[in-house]
Design a protein around this ligand. Sequence first.
Ligand SMILES: C[S@@+](CC[C@H](N)C(=O)[O-])C[C@H]1O[C@@H](n2cnc3c(N)ncnc32)[C@H](O)[C@@H]1O
Ligand code: SF4
Length: 351
Amino acid sequence: MLLYIHIPFCETKCHYCAFNSYVDKFDIAEHYFRAMEKQLEFELKRFNVQKNSISSVFIGGGTPSSVDAKLYKNIFRQIEPFLVEDAEITTEANPNSTTKQWIEKMMELGVNRISFGVQSFNNDKLLFLGRTHDAIKAQDVISFAHQVGIKNISLDLLYGLVLDTPSLLEKDLDIAFSLPINHLSAYALTIEKNTPFAKRKKIVNSTLELAQIVVDGVQKRGFYQYEISNFGTYKSRHNLGYWQYKNYIGIGSGAVGFLDNKRFYPSKNPNKYIENPLQIKTEQLTLQDQHIEKIFLGLRSEVGIKKEMLTQEEQQKVALLIDEKKLTCKDKTLFNNNYFLSDEIVLFITN
Ligand SMILES: C[S@@+](CC[C@H](N)C(=O)[O-])C[C@H]1O[C@@H](n2cnc3c(N)ncnc32)[C@H](O)[C@@H]1O
Ligand code: SF4
């Protein structure tokens, strides 16, 4: 079982970001955490969570490092009996707001993995993205996270902007790999509706050449690609769990939960969520929805898909893709040879 906890607060809003987060709601943070505790109590029962069964917790956002570590205390108290002994407990963190004390306190609570939203080590690019940290700050914060004892450190990079050149991206990777990380997520910029970037022109440079430079560059430096955007010598249990189509509890406004054939959506608005954290919409997934989702998640990651789950017609199309060396079949499981083609491949198989 996986557990996701959403923190919908950010100090500033980055120009590209459409995640459910607010810069003007820090005054309700304490009430928000009390509401999450209520929802968590409810979900632990609904998901029939047993002792020693939660293998991964992921605190995401928004910006988890923008709120005091002591606010997380009760939640950790609640989940403690349900965690497996070596649970992966990750928090996202923004280099700008993360302090040494915050990391130490989160470690005391049980956090053993941090994913830093770095985006780039180029100060012009950071400014363009609307980030508030600079390259030195990001390097310092990762170094002291390691010094205080966080062994599993990841960082996010963003690429595919007009500013990106092969040499800029190579430099970003050189600096990333000089740091004590064992995981890296490299995301191609998508222009999201209602973001400042959506109103501007000349933002994106989505050439395959840049994407290939990033993927080749990360692999050349020793990290293994286990999903279209994720690399490491350590593979995140939480990420893998999503792609393996495992159930997950989602706590907080804008979080999503998944149980067998249902998805759960608590209110996206933090104030409404506080009023009633148990007002949760349910989406019933059809067999066809689940079928396509499994293929989609499996083929954009090393998880792959079991051949036997496909219809006869789909298996015929797969045979063509194997001939064209786009897919590989090993132990009755199909694997994608180029994650960048996953959308086209899934469309081809399922239509
Ligand atoms: C919730 S945020 C990260 C944590 C923290 N809020 C921070 O930004 O430092 C997760 C990651 O999603 C990625 N991301 C956000 N918006 C994106 C977009 N429009 N296109 C591609 N990646 C995006 C960024 O790399 C970001 O670090
Ligand atoms: S990228 Fe992170 S810090 Fe920036 S607005 Fe999105 S969630 Fe907040």
